[in-house]
Design a protein. Structure first.
Length: 725
C-alpha cells in the first residue's frame, strides 16, 4: 500500500485518539503501515484513490468489511484490522458507542469513483459473496428502552469479546469478523453490504426531522456530541438522498435475482412497507406529531426484530431476491426523504442541519437548531435541488450570519453571546410565583431544590448535573409535601429546562471559542463547501456550458475559494498560508497546523480545476475551471518524482503548465486547436485531435505500469475558465 501513516487529531478535547506513527520496523526498514479513526482513514483514502485508482476495490472492501450486522462502523481502522471502544473503569474518558458519522457519504464517494474507473469490475463484484461483517460486541437495546433513555442504548457483550479475543489469538485479525455456524467467516455480496447501512439509517428516520442520534455517539460533527439522544441529523438525511439515488443506479447493474441473507431481506421488506404507509400520509398531507411517533416506533421495532435474530442466532441462510423488491424500497425511501428535505428549508433560504426531538407516549415534537454550514454543504451535495435552488442556497449563505466578512469565509454556525457565569442558574420571581411547592420550600428554607443567596437571587441546587438529578430529588421529597398537585412538581421540571435549555445544548460547538466552537471557521468544512459548489458546477456545465447558471456557479466557486488560506497574506491568515490549518477562531489567527481534512477536499477540487475527469475508464480533459493566469509567463524547470522513484525535471515554456497524474507528467499548453500527444517510454507517440485519452492508455496510467513518458495537451483559450462580468 502507498501509505505511511494515518492522520492524528491534535484536538485536546479528543483525548481518546491514541495512535502510533510507525515509519520503520525493528530492523530499521521502511514500514508501510496505517492506523487512525475510521472517519479519517476513509476520507484520506478518497483523495488517495485519485492517484491510486487501482486500490479502489480494496478501499471499498476494507470499508464494508468493517461495517457491522446492525449497520454501523467501528472506531478505528489499522493495518492489522479493526478496533472498537471499551469501557475502562480506570479511564474517565472511556466510552462505547457507534460513530455513524460520514458513513453514507464516504461509501457513496467510493462507489461513484469505482463506477467511473471500471464499471464492469464493479458490476462483477456486486453479486460476489466475498465480503464480511465486523463482529463488534455492542448490543443496541430494544425499542422500549430506546425511548426510555436514548443516551444510554448500548451494552457491551463481554462474553462475546472473550470469544473474539480467543479467535484472534488462534487465527489472527479475522477473529474480529462475523463467523457462520461452521466457525468460518460469513461471506455476503457487496450489494448486501450496501443495503444494510441504508436500512440502519432509515430505521432511525423521524419524518420531517432527521436521523435520530441514538447510538451514544454523534452522527456527523462531534463538536455537537451533546445532542446525542435527543438530536436529529438532517445532514445525514441529505447524504442518504445522494446514496439512494446512487443505489438506484447500482440496482440496475445486478442480475434480476440477488443473493441476500434472509434476515436482511425481511428487514428491507418491513422498512419498505412502513415507508409506503408513511408516503400515503405525506401525499394526503395528514402527517401529525402522532403520525411521526407511530412511524418511528414501527421503524425502530423493525430494526429491533432484525437485531434480535442476528445478534443471538446469526444469519440463517441466503435467499434469492427479485430486483424489483429493492427498487420498491429505494423508490419509496426517496419519496419520503425528499419530503423531509423540502420541509427543512428555512425562511432565510438555508436548510436545517440538526433538529431537536422531544416526545410523549404517542407524539413527537420537532424543534430546529440554529443554521450550520455542514447542513448547507450536505444539501448542496444531495442531488435534489434544482440549479436555481442551488444558487439560492449559496447566495443565502453569503447573506447569512454564518459568513465572516473579515476572513471572507464561513463559520460553522452563527456567532452568539453566551450567558455569563454570574447570570447562569438564576430563576426569576415570575417562575416561582404560582408554583406552590417552590414557594413553600422558600418559606421553610428547604434548599433541596432551590435556594436564595445573600443578594436575594434564587438558584437551583448546584448539585444537579442534569434533569435526572432533579427528578430523583423530587421523588425523594414528595412525601414531605403531601397534598400538592403533581402538576406543581412537573412545573418544577419545566422551569429547570427553561433555565438551562439542556435539550438544545450541543457541546463544545456552543460553549468553546476554538476547536469548532463559537465564531470559528473550520477550514475542512469550507473546503467541503468548495467541493459541493464545484460538483453542482460540473452538473450544470455538462447540461449547458453556455448557461447563466454555469457562469454564476463558477463565480461562486472562485468566491468561496478566494476565502481559503492560501489566497491570503500571513497577516490576514494569522499563520503561514501554504500550510493547512484546522480552524480559525474569532479572537486569533489560524490554529492547529497539520494534515487536516481540508487537504483531502482541495486535492479533489484541484484535479477538477485542472479538468481531469474519468468517464467509463477514459481520462477526459475539460479544464473549464482553470484560470488562464495559471499558465507560465516565463520559462521554468518542472521537477517531479517518476514511478521508479527517481527525481526528474524538464523545461516548461511560456504558455505551459505541468503536473503529475498517477505520477505521469501532464503538460498543458495554449494553442489554437485542441489535441494531445502521448509520449511512450519505447519512443513511440500517440496523437489525437480530442482531449480524451483512450481506455487502453488510460488503463496504463491508472495501473502505473511506467509505459507512459508524458502527455502534452494543447488547449484553446476559449476552453478555459471565463470570469463572470
Amino acid at each position: 500500500m502507498p501509505l505511511t501513516f494515518g492522520r492524528r487529531h491534535g484536538d485536546p478535547s479528543r483525548p481518546w485518539n491514541h495512535f502510533e506513527i510507525k515509519l520503520k520496523d525493528r530492523e530499521g526498514e521502511r514500514l508501510l503501515s496505517y492506523q487512525g479513526n475510521w472517519r479519517d482513514i476513509f476520507q484520506n483514502w478518497e483523495a488517495l484513490s485519485l492517484s491510486y485508482p487501482k486500490f479502489l476495490p480494496s478501499f471499498i472492501a476494507k470499508f464494508v468489511n468493517a461495517s457491522t450486522i446492525d449497520g454501523y462502523n467501528p472506531y478505528r481502522i489499522t493495518k492489522d484490522g479493526i478496533d472498537w471502544e471499551f469501557l475502562d473503569p480506570q479511564d474517565p474518558w472511556s466510552n462505547i458507542g457507534y460513530w455513524g458519522d460520514h458513513q453514507i457519504i464516504y461509501l457513496s464517494k467510493f462507489i461513484e469513483l469505482f463506477k467511473t474507473y471500471d464499471k464492469k469490475d464493479f458490476k462483477d463484484l456486486l453479486n460476489r459473496e466475498i465480503y464480511s461483517y465486523s463482529n463488534i460486541p455492542y448490543r443496541l437495546c430494544d425499542t422500549e428502552n430506546l425511548f426510555i433513555d436514548p443516551k444510554n442504548t448500548i451494552t457491551f457483550d463481554n462474553e462475546r469479546q472473550n470469544i473474539i479475543d480467543d479467535r484472534c489469538n488462534e487465527i489472527g485479525s479475522d477473529g474480529r469478523l462475523l463467523m457462520s455456524s461452521n466457525n468460518q467467516v460469513y461471506y455476503v455480496s457487496l450489494f448486501e453490504k450496501l443495503i444494510v447501512p441504508l436500512l440502519s439509517k432509515l430505521s432511525n428516520l423521524v419524518i420531517d426531522g432527521g436521523i435520530w442520534l441514538n447510538t451514544q455517539r454523534p452522527e456527523w460533527n462531534d463538536a455537537n456530541n451533546a445532542i446525542v439522544g435527543n438530536g436529529l441529523s438532517m445532514v445525514t438525511v441529505y447524504y442518504i438522498r445522494r446514496y439512494i439515488n446512487l443505489m438506484q443506479e447500482v440496482v440496475g447493474l445486478v442480475p434480476n435475482l440477488i443473493s441476500i441473507s434472509k434476515e436482511v431481506f425481511d428487514w428491507s421488506v418491513s422498512i419498505q412497507k412502513i415507508l409506503a404507509d408513511a408516503s400515503k400520509e405525506i401525499r394526503q398531507k395528514t402527517v401529525t406529531r402522532q403520525t411521526r411517533k407511530a412511524i418511528l416506533t414501527r421503524l425502530e421495532r423493525s430494526a429491533e426484530s432484525y437485531r434480535n435474530k442476528v445478534y443471538f442466532q446469526g444469519f440463517s441462510h441466503k435467499v434469492q431476491v427479485e430486483r424489483l423488491s429493492i427498487e420498491q424500497l429505494l423508490d419509496v425511501s426517496l419519496f419520503v426523504i425528499d419530503s423531509t428535505i423540502k420541509n427543512n428549508r428555512r425562511d432565510d433560504g438555508l436548510y436545517h442541519s440538526y433538529n431537536v426531538m422531544s416526545y410523549t407516549e404517542d407524539a413527537i415534537n420537532i424543534d430546529p437548531l440554529y443554521p450550520m454550514l455542514e447542513g448547507q454543504v450536505a444539501v448542496l451535495s444531495a442531488g435534489m435541488l434544482s440549479q436555481n435552488e442551488v444558487i439560492n442556497v449559496i447566495e443565502s449563505l453569503f447573506k447569512s450570519e454564518i459568513y465572516r466578512e473579515d476572513q471572507n469565509s464561513f463559520m460553522l454556525y452563527p456567532d452568539r453571546e453566551i450567558t455569563r457565569f454570574l447570570e447562569k442558574n438564576s430563576i426569576s420571581e415570575e417562575y416561582i410565583k404560582g408554583n406552590t411547592v417552590l414557594e413553600k420550600m422558600l418559606d421553610l428554607g428547604d434548599k433541596r431544590i432551590i435556594n436564595k443567596d445573600c443578594f436575594g437571587y434564587i438558584h437551583f441546587n448546584s448539585d444537579f448535573e442534569n434533569s435526572s438529578y432533579l427528578k430523583d430529588e423530587i421523588e425523594k421529597l414528595k412525601s414531605d409535601y403531601l397534598g400538592y398537585d403533581d402538576s406543581q412538581f412537573e412545573d418544577i421540571e419545566d422551569i429547570y429546562e427553561r433555565i438551562f435549555n439542556h435539550r438544545y445544548f450541543t457541546g463544545r460547538s456552543g460553549t468553546m471559542f476554538g476547536y469548532e466552537g463559537l465564531g470559528c471557521i473550520y477550514w475542512h468544512m469550507v473546503s467541503k463547501l468548495l467541493l459541493a459548489v464545484q460538483e453542482n458546477y460540473l452538473v450544470a456545465r455538462d447540461k449547458d456550458m453556455d448557461s447563466n447558471i454555469v457562469n454564476k456557479l463558477s463565480y461562486y466557486y472562485y468566491r468561496v475559494r478566494q476565502g481559503i488560506g492560501f489566497n491570503k497574506s500571513p497577516l490576514e491568515y494569522g499563520a503561514f498560508p501554504a500550510d493547512p490549518y484546522s480552524h480559525t477562531p474569532k479572537q486569533a489567527g489560524a490554529q492547529q497546523p497539520g494534515m487536516t481534512g481540508q487537504v483531502k477536499e482541495e486535492i479533489i477540487t484541484r484535479f477538477s480545476e485542472l479538468g481531469i475527469s474519468v468517464n467509463n475508464g477514459e481520462i477526459v480533459i475539460r479544464p473549464t475551471l482553470l484560470d488562464i493566469s495559471e499558465f507560465l509567463s516565463v520559462s521554468t524547470q518542472f521537477s517531479f518524482i517518476d514511478l521508479e522513484k527517481n527525481p526528474r525535471s524538464f523545461l516548461l515554456n511560456k504558455g505551459q503548465l505541468a503536473f503529475t497524474y498517477c505520477q505521469v507528467p501532464f503538460i498543458y499548453e495554449l494553442a489554437e486547436k485542441e489535441s494531445l500527444t502521448c509520449f511512450l517510454k519505447d519512443g513511440s507517440k500517440i496523437e489525437s485531435e480530442q482531449l480524451y485519452i483512450p481506455k487502453d492508455i488510460s488503463e496504463k496510467i491508472f495501473s502505473r505500469d511506467g509505459s507512459i513518458e508524458k502527455i502534452v495537451f494543447r488547449i484553446p483559450k476559449p476552453n478555459l475558465y471565463k470570469k463572470m462580468n
